[in-house]
Design a protein around this ligand. Structure first.
Ligand code: PLP
Length: 395
């Protein structure tokens, strides 16, 4: 069996998205800034895609800026809000400890420039407490940036409540919605969101393209200097095929959210139930407030990397929040933030199901993980110490 269970890392492009982009590679390859017909066709396509993307999140076309993806949108949103804040003498930002590095590293940069950032803790279930956020607001706060849904543990934050507080206090609210858009309903007006980032390759669109929603009247800083594309908010010739495919992929994903999430939630809960039967294991993140396709577990006494390699031998592609996969010595900052100790965090596994997942596949994943975890524990010195009582079980 071959199972791709790493859809939070990236997704396969949908047929509709591929078909949508082809005419803009083969035929209407003109530059949207050109006056002849190939160029005008391309321009119409970009503007049409802008309308369609906007409609999917209940925004207006002029509020959408196409970017190179989620990271760029996060950078632009945060740096723009910070620039507005600075102009008004406000240099305090509120965020949390489980954000994506596109957000965390942008905040770090701002801290070096004199901004103060409050990183709200998340609780054991991976969710920010709204009353703590309210208490962190000062008269110098210019921005709150809290992700819609977490890419590792799948937790969904109380975005509407947070948006309400920000609106009430006159603070800009940005949300990294890369894992949410196309997967759960997102409505920027209903949730009082001012700035929102999304990425096409997370909802079956192409890689290297995404968008930033900026509510009307919010002035965006340009990260890339050059031509006047995107109304001067993002220079560079538009990625026409990518933008058209983004709109096609998002419309398709949005149309299936209701049915698909019902199906995936069932499979997710079956997977959670099955993995919970493995001794000394624990689910990471909240059981209910989580993305329909996300399962994240810790298994005591093993290394996430070995688990991934052996699962790959069984045809299962998954991911881990342990050290080597992230290219650093420390395990996932998200797992540490929800209170997992280093050793336990190293033995983590993230499975993010695809739209076509089946019960049979889920059962195969459960039995494979069980087999591999037992095998690895068989020669793990850490596990031996736990079993012999030399160290204490945590899970
Ligand atoms: C993938 C991801 C990003 C980065 O998006 P890119 O398009 O790959 O730059 C940002 N935030 C979250 C939550 C993500 O999952």
């Amino acid at each position: 069996m071959k199972i791709y269970a790493d859809n939070a890392a990236t997704t396969k492009m949908s047929k509709k998205a591929i078909e949508a982009m082809l005419p803009y590679i083969e035929e209407y390859y003109g530059n949207p800034s050109s006056l002849y017909s190939e160029g005008q066709k391309a321009k119409e396509a970009v503007e049409g895609a802008r309308e369609r993307v906007a409609r999917c999140i209940n925004a207006e076309a002029r509020e959408i800026v196409f970017t190179s993806g989620g990271s760029e949108a996060d950078n632009q949103a945060i740096l723009s809000a910070a620039a507005i804040g600075k102009k008004n003498g406000k240099t305090h930002i509120i965020s949390d400890t489980i954000e994506h590095h596109a957000v965390l590293n942008t905040l770090k940069k701002l801290e070096k420039e004199g901004f103060t950032v409050t990183y709200l803790p998340v609780h054991e279930n991976g969710i920010v407490r709204v009353n703590e956020l309210r208490a962190a607001v000062t008269d110098r706060t210019c921005l709150v940036t809290i992700m819609y849904a977490n890419n590792e543990i799948g937790t969904i934050q109380p975005i509407k409540e947070i948006g309400g507080i920000c609106r009430e206090k006159g603070i800009l609210f940005h949300t990294d919605a890369v894992q949410a858009v196309g997967h759960i309903p997102v409505d920027v007006k209903d949730a009082n969101v001012d700035l929102l980032s999304a990425s096409a390759h997370k909802f079956h669109g192409p890689k290297g393209v995404g968008f930033l929603y900026a509510r009307r009247g919010i002035k965006l800083e340009s990260l890339i200097e050059g031509g006047a594309q995107e109304r001067g908010r993002r220079a560079g010739t538009e990625n026409v095929p990518g933008i058209v495919a983004t709109a096609a992929a998002l419309e398709e994903a949005n149309a299936s959210i209701a049915d698909l999430s019902k199906k995936l939630e069932k499979l997710r809960d079956r997977l959670i139930l099955g993995l919970n039967r493995i001794s000394h294991s624990a689910l990471n993140g909240d059981e209910r407030m989580r993305l329909p396709s996300n399962v994240n577990f810790c298994f005591e006494g093993i290394e996430g990397e070995s688990l991934l390699l052996l699962l790959d031998d069984k045809g299962i592609s998954a991911s881990s929040g342990s050290a080597c996969t992230s290219g650093s010595l420390d395990p996932s900052h998200v797992l540490l933030a929800i209170g997992r100790v280093h050793d336990v965090a190293h033995g983590s596994l993230r499975l993010t199901l695809g739209d076509d997942a089946t019960e049979e596949e889920v059962d195969y994943i459960i039995s494979s993980v069980e087999e591999v975890v037992t095998y690895l524990r068989g020669f793990s010195p850490v596990w031996r110490d736990l079993v012999n009582g030399k160290s204490k079980f945590i899970l």
